[in-house]
Design a protein around this ligand. Sequence first.
Ligand code: NI
Ligand code: MN
Length: 225
Amino acid sequence: MNITFLGHASLSIEIDSYTILVDPFISENPKASHIDINTIKADYILVTHAHFDHIADVEAIAKRTNAIIVSNYEIVTHYQKLGYKGHPMNHGGNWKFDFGNVKYVNAIHTSSFPDGSYGGNPGGFVISGKSKTIYIAGDTALTYDMKLIPLQHKLDLAILPIGDNFTMGIEDAILASDFVECNTVLGYHFDTFGYIEIDHKEAVNVFKTKGKTLKLLDIGESISV
Ligand code: NI
Ligand code: MN
């Protein structure tokens, strides 16, 4: 599995020959202006919730790539009405896609579209490829529901929001890492707006003092799991 950070909460995940794009918010993110959405590949677009900073480029990329949009029922129905392909899920549900298994799990947050219309309940994804499993928390508070994940999945990487204010901050992300039983964390949802700026060095150090690894990628940088 190869994971590229595209800024904010946007990720591109390569599993075998498939590209799974998550929460594309690139063209409206000034920090990601060096990324051209016309070059982004996508077989699937996973959407955690309907907030603008997670869906801004869904339509443009789905139109060009013909990607299948995977999200909660309300978000997928919204895009299907506009003519896009989608696969609706809801909390607790699994589906075996051609790249692997996806489980849509709980997140504590909100989920309205930019015009205020209902975007269902927000979620996160547990994605299992042939040999590796990752958890993408989406925008969420720390929640006890995270403890359910390691009962069924041995995670190789937890992708957690760390920017605080709208989601968990560093301290809660460390507890989340305990809850999901994964000491390797990729941080996201930080620095994009004034409300969520973090001190990178301090964040990495706080994780280190707890015996954990916090990875922070530059926009466009990749890691393999
Ligand atoms: Ni949000
Ligand atoms: Mn957000």
